[in-house]
Design a protein around this ligand. Structure first.
Ligand code: PGA
Length: 255
């Protein structure tokens, strides 16, 4: 496998952190530190922060994403935000299928697929999250499970649309826990995801798809994880809220 075939992407996932003023400041702090990045840099932020973050990021190399979207265009879905609404604000990316959405908000592989299709139809780029829980790793089903999540999430998605999909492998036991997958574990599952994409769309699409690792990636461990041949970037939670740490990860990915 060859990283020259695909983009390296570092994306922050701010989760439910930062009010609009704090968000503006955080982007302003991050911008100069990542200005010379030799990889794509994205911040995915709460809906209410999008206006300020888009304004603060304008003209820089920092791209902006949301953390979820609904699959319908509009209608009686109290509390939800559609992909079209995000697109109308000039949001470029959206995270879909994060394990916290699956765990706390009842998302399933099927609703993840609906959201992926809606996001692509609206012209958004997708960061699709997959990953196993601890008991599933212990049961030895990680690669099959992640392959299944990937296949269901990509149901009905064309080859052409795959250009607008990044997949993030995020072992649930590693998210926010300080327990990181070893670089070998991360690479093994990232490769299994790439092989699944290759099965569905052919080797060229598999090779061209960015597969990130996420789960306690931080300034100290990023370089080792990102040195793996199939780890094409990271989806960063906690460390994305600390400008210097986020910048260290971006510079590790820029090598
Ligand atoms: P973490 O979160 O880096 O805080 O573990 C990663 C994520 O949930 O995307």
């Amino acid at each position: 496998m060859n990283k020259a075939l695909r983009k390296v992407v570092i994306a922050g996932n701010w989760k439910m952190n930062k009010n609009p003023d704090e968000a503006k400041k955080l982007v302003e702090d991050i911008k100069p530190l990542v200005a010379n990045a030799n990889c794509d840099v994205i911040v995915c932020v709460p809906y209410v922060d999008l206006t300020n973050v888009l304004a603060a990021a304008a003209g820089s190399n920092v791209k902006v994403g949301a953390e979820n979207c609904h699959w319908e265009v509009s209608g009686a879905y109290t509390g939800e935000i559609s992909a079209q609404m995000l697109k109308s604000m000039n949001v470029e990316y959206v995270i879909i299928g994060h394990s916290e959405r699956r765990q706390y908000f009842g998302e399933t592989d099927v609703t993840v697929n609906l959201r992926v299709k809606a996001a692509l139809a609206a012209g958004l780029k997708v960061i699709l999250c997959v990953g196993e829980r601890l008991e599933q790793r212990e049961q030895g089903v990680t690669c099959e499970l992640v392959a299944m999540q990937t296949k269901i999430a990509l149901g009905g998605i064309s080859d052409e649309d795959m250009k607008n999909i990044i997949i993030a492998y995020e072992p649930v036991w590693a998210i926010g826990t300080g327990k990181t997958a070893t670089s070998e574990q991360a690479n093994e599952v990232n490769l299994a995801i790439r092989e699944t994409v290759a099965q569905l769309y052919g080797k060229a699409v598999g090779d061209a798809t960015t597969v990130q690792y996420g789960g306690s990636m931080n300034a100290a461990n990023a370089a080792e994880l990102l040195a793996q041949p199939d780890v094409d970037g990271g989806l960063i939670g906690g460390a994305s809220l600390k400008p210097a740490d986020f910048a260290t990860i971006v510079s590790a990915a820029s090598k």
